[in-house]
Write a protein that binds this ligand. Structure first.
Ligand code: MLT
Length: 411
């Protein structure tokens, strides 16, 4: 009999969102007339803008003509998209990122997990708590952690607490860590990191020879002009950070699938015997060996996000979700709940009322208001007693969810 990767047996029951899906499905089967509103997983609801659809239609037509048909593309992405990204997302903000440092992929969730392929097994890894569970689970799968304790924390990981007391921006580690996961605007708390905060992290990483994995999947939701969109806006970050970006929440691509990872050529790691190695070289090797590129049609759609019309259209959709977030924030605050986030992010983070645990509040909200959110404890021990509400839904559903919450939740 073939042996398995034992590390999988260390994982807690199920990945958070499938577990929510399972509970909601059971509730829906038992209550077939309930009209459930889903504000749990951050999945977009608004249709793809016309500029993106037009570009994809055109690409489909090109695929139907011998002269313009395309087979395998470059694994790292077509130059037209990499150049548009470098210019619009980085160079326009003064961030020094070249087109050939951008690796186009089918999702930043996948990239956050895949990046571990090029790192060794002996690294000390820091995550914030609460945290996007993919960072933790992929390290468990790769054998970088010990078993979980009763609160669900894994041995060997360094947890950096993000609490109301520190405005959900954790302190630097008090020990030396090799890999650090940061996500800003933050999933799940909806908070942001200022230039000063990121500069502290970059300095820490330089001083300690660490690499920062910077997940900026929600950068399009930043409304404050002083908040950086990329870690490369911070001097020195090219030497210490890998950045993950996605078209999912920027342009409604959760079903289309397109993202990218930036690996600067100046980044270094070291071998077991201490020699320096370019991480760029390793990631190029990994990406071109295990991935065959995102479809031409999708990349043309992503390119259209940077056209004048595309920029205008995606901005409108982002503003629409941000208005939802504002309604949720204001509605729940008026109800007397303690509410965080939702200003520079599509997530609103609330303290559960009456000392309910996160899952108790989840069950209460589902059974009384038929509204689905995400239990904070699913993001880590420090998320216990909190609850995440996503702003990704139609205006009608957001207003109806708020009406039901106001009618049923006692604060
Ligand atoms: C979330 O709800 O946290 C995200 O949508 C999950 C993801 O992006 O994978």
């Amino acid at each position: 009999m073939a042996t398995i990767n034992d590390n999988y047996l260390k994982l807690k029951a199920g990945y958070l969102f499938p577990e929510i899906g399972r509970r909601v499905k059971a509730f829906a089967e038992a209550n077939p007339t309930a009209k459930i509103i889903r504000l749990g997983i951050g999945d977009v609801t608004e249709p793809l803008p016309s500029s993106i659809r037009d570009a994809m239609h055109k690409a489909v037509d090109e695929m139907g003509v011998r002269e313009t048909f395309r087979g395998y593309g470059p694994e790292q992405g077509y130059d037209f998209l990499r150049e548009a990204i470098a210019k619009n997302d980085f160079q326009s903000r003064g961030a020094d990122v070249a087109a050939d440092e951008i690796f186009v992929s089918d999702g930043s969730k996948c990239d956050c997990g895949n990046i571990l392929d090029i790192f060794g097994t002996g690294n000390t890894i820091a995550v914030t708590d609460p945290v996007y569970p993919v960072y933790v689970d992929t390290n468990v799968m790769a054998g970088h952690t010990g078993p979980a304790n009763e609160t669900g924390e894994y041995g060997k990981l360094v947890y950096l607490r993000a609490t109301a007391e520190n405005n959900f921006v954790p302190e630097l580690p008090t020990q030396k860590v090799d890999l650090i996961y940061l996500c800003y605007p933050n999933n799940p708390t909806g908070t942001v990191a200022t230039k000063e905060t990121l500069a502290k992290w970059v300095k820490y990483a330089k001083d300690n020879g660490s690499i920062i994995f910077f997940d900026a999947a929600y950068e399009a939701y930043i409304t404050d002009p002083n908040v950086p969109h990329s870690i490369y806006e911070i001097p020195g970050a090219r030497d210490v950070a890998i950045e993950f970006r996605s078209f999912s929440k920027l342009a409604g691509f959760t079903g289309v699938r397109c993202a990218f990872t930036v690996v600067p050529k100046s980044l270094k790691g070291k071998t077991a015997s201490g020699e320096e190695v370019d991480l760029y070289r390793l990631w190029t090797r990994r990406h071109t060996t295990k991935f065959n590129g995102v479809s031409y049609i999708t990349q043309r759609g992503a390119e259209a996000v940077y056209s004048a019309e595309g920029k205008q259209q995606v901005k409108q959709i982002v503003e629409f979700y941000l208005e939802n977030a504002k309604l949720i924030r204001e509605g729940l605050t008026a109800l007397g709940l303690k509410v965080f986030g939702g200003v520079n992010a599509p997530y609103v983070w609330i303290k559960t009322p009456g000392n309910l645990t996160s899952w108790q509040f989840f069950d209460e909200l589902l059974s009384t208001a038929n509204v689905v959110g995400t239990p904070g404890s699913g993001f880590g021990a420090a998320g216990e007693g909190y609850f995440r509400i996503s702003a990704f839904n139609s205006r009608e559903n957001v207003n109806e969810a708020l009406r039901r919450i106001k009618a049923t939740v006692k604060v």
